[in-house]
Each structure stands twice: as structure tokens, then as C-alpha cells.
Design a binder for this molecule. Structure first.
Ligand SMILES: [Ca+2]
Length: 339
């Protein structure tokens, strides 16, 4: 593991452009660029976010045809003129002349926000659709309310419209009953969707039980009715959870496509301060064959993990998010070359 760049502030998501640039969101509202191993001082774009508690600028995904359309999709929490926190998903364009982000176009707006539980992961699926994970904005009943977009995984066309083949006609909802999902990744070959989700943090709804789910369309993942190993007709239990006393606080997730870890599902933990590697049974999408934490407490809180175009694993720390113990160089983009 090497630190590629330092000096980031609470970075949240990272993606790679075909021209070699690395795009990184910082929660206070900046999209930063790493070019040839160096973090550029001036942001690529600045967005009018509400940077409070866990909210702010969150997910980012480059268009699968970025080389042609130069589109970049980001999600953020902002405050309306009347003081309400809301989440929106927008599309920016990389100006080829200035190399900056321009023309913010709002694709989906007005999703209830909160200081915490705004989900925020944005990724393109292998089906070319745009997925956006949305938390329940600290209102657990919304996860079970199909008229609300909170506590859901949302699926959009890249222009912001509802896909014709979504499971609930006319709705962005892909799956529901989620609490605060922050990681999604598709298994290479099978195209199965896996998700990480923060479990409850105490009080009347219990503790811990952070989840890894195998997500299928139209299914109900149980929050807040069931947690951990609890079952109920019509609700899906996680394939793995962190137990009643242990917390991962899982965020970004990725599948590895090459090298010794090929096929592994990776996710990172904030409180868990580790990279977690999970091996799945190729014949049973719900069966975990092996599970191990790596680099435990070596780099602090970890927010995102992706496989880079060079086959290395890239990880963002999150020690300057208000809950960590930052060192001088934080936050950092780390690079792991698996041998
Ligand atoms: Ca669940």
C-alpha cells in the first residue's frame, strides 16, 4: 500500500477518466483532480452543498462514454431557501478547453435529506443505467414507503428519466427497505448486484449489524422491521452482517476483476477502519466462502474503494470527516498493488 496523494479533505468518491485523470469528490463541495500523480490545487468544480454532519458532496461517477460525452454525475445534499435539507443528482460536463466542470444539469431533485443517512453512492451498472443509493434521512418508516425515494436503491436513465423496465412502473425505486446504503458493485460475469449498508447505531432500534446484501429488483431488505438474522415473510436478510456488538460502518464497495484477488468483493469501513475482502460461492450468490479484514487500523477511516484501470486497488481515507484522528498528510488516496 502506498499513499498516492495527500491533502484531501473528507473525500467521498473516486473515479477514473480514460485520459488518466482521477476525479475525487470532497464532502465540503469540491471535485478535485489528480493528474500524473499530483493533486491539482484548483478544484474541477465547486458545488453549493450543505456540509453538515455526514452530508455534503457525496458520490461521483464518470459516464461510461466519457471520452465522447465528457459527462460527470455527482450527488449532494444542499439546503433549500426555506432551510430544508434535500438531496439531488446532477450532471456536469468536462469542458475540453478549460478542463473544468461546467453546465450543472439537475437530473433528480428534492429527495429528502438529513444531517445523516443520505446514502450517496452513484455508479453506472453493467446495464448502462445510473444507480444512486439513498438513505432514509433518519426517518426509518420511509424505507418501507414505496411513495418515498428514501431508504432505497434508485435506478435512472442517464438523462434522469425513469427506465421503462424498472420494477415499479414509473418509479425510480429498484429495491427498498434500506437504511443507509453507501456501497454498490456488480459481480463480473454474473452482473449480480451487491450492496453495503450501515446498520443501527444503538437506541430502540438496536446496534450494529452492518450489512452486505445481494440485491435483486423489487425486493425488500427489511429496514426497520428486521435487522441482522431476523426474518420476515417478504423481506430479504443480508448475506453477511457485522453482529450485535461489532461495527464496520461500511461505505464504498468494488469487485476485483484481475490479479490474485480476482472475483473478490471488497468494501471499506469507517469505524471498522479496514478493507474487507469477501469471497463468494460462484454457485450460490448468498453464500460467503471467506471473509477477512485487511490493513486494520493502519490508515484510519476508509470511505471508498475502486479497482483502477491499471488493476491496482485505490482507497480513500476519511480521517478529516469530523470523526477521525487525522495525521498531517490526511486525507489520502491510497494505492494497493496486489501481488
Ligand atoms: Ca436489511
Amino acid at each position: 500500500m502506498e499513499a498516492l496523494v495527500g491533502g484531501l479533505e473528507a473525500p467521498w468518491a473516486v473515479d477514473f477518466a480514460p485520459d488518466g485523470r482521477i476525479f475525487i469528490t470532497e464532502r465540503p463541495g469540491r471535485v478535485r483532480i489528480v493528474r500524473e500523480g499530483r493533486l491539482e490545487t484548483a478544484p474541477w468544480a465547486s458545488l453549493p452543498v450543505a456540509h453538515v454532519s455526514e452530508a455534503g458532496l457525496l458520490g461521483l461517477a464518470l459516464s461510461p462514454s466519457f471520452a465522447q460525452d465528457r459527462f460527470v454525475y455527482v450527488a449532494y445534499t444542499y439546503r433549500t431557501p426555506t432551510g430544508q435539507l434535500q438531496n439531488r443528482l446532477v450532471r456536469l460536463r468536462d469542458d475540453p478547453t478549460t478542463g473544468k466542470g461546467v453546465e450543472e444539469e439537475v437530473l433528480l431533485d428534492g429527495v429528502l435529506g438529513s444531517n445523516n443517512h443520505d446514502g450517496g453512492r452513484v455508479k453506472f451498472g453493467p446495464d448502462g443505467k445510473l444507480y444512486w443509493t439513498m438513505g432514509e434521512a433518519e426517518r426509518p418508516p420511509l424505507s418501507q414507503d414505496l411513495t418515498s425515494l428514501n431508504g432505497k436503491i434508485l435506478r435512472l436513465n442517464p438523462d434522469g428519466s425513469v427506465p421503462d423496465d424498472n420494477p415499479f412502473p414509473g418509479s425510480y425505486v429498484f429495491s427498498y427497505g434500506h437504511r443507509n446504503p453507501q456501497g454498490i458493485a456488480w459481480q463480473p460475469g454474473t452482473r449480480r448486484l451487491y450492496e453495503t449498508e450501515h446498520g443501527p447505531s444503538g437506541g430502540s432500534l438496536g446496534c450494529c449489524q452492518d450489512e452486505v446484501n445481494f440485491v435483486e429488483p423489487r425486493r425488500n431488505y427489511g429496514w426497520p422491521t428486521i435487522k441482522g438474522d431476523q426474518t420476515q415473510e417478504g423481506m430479504v436478510t443480508p448475506i453477511l452482517h457485522s453482529g450485535l456488538t461489532n461495527t464496520w460502518a461500511p461505505s464504498g464497495a468494488a469487485f476485483v476483476t484481475q490479479g490474485p484477488w480476482a472475483g473478490s468483493f471488497l468494501f471499506v469501513g469507517l469505524r471498522g477502519q479496514a478493507l474487507f475482502r469477501l469471497t463468494l460461492d460462484p454457485d450460490n450468490p448468498r453464500k460467503v466462502v471467506a471473509f477477512e479484514p485487511l490493513f486494520e487500523r493502519r490508515f484510519g477511516r476508509l470511505r471508498d474503494v475502486v479497482e483502477g484501470p491499471d488493476g491496482a486497488i485505490y482507497i480513500l481515507t476519511s480521517n478529516r470527516d469530523g470523526r477521525g484522528s487525522p495525521i498531517a498528510d490526511d486525507d489520502r488516496l491510497l494505492r494497493v498493488s496486489v501481488k
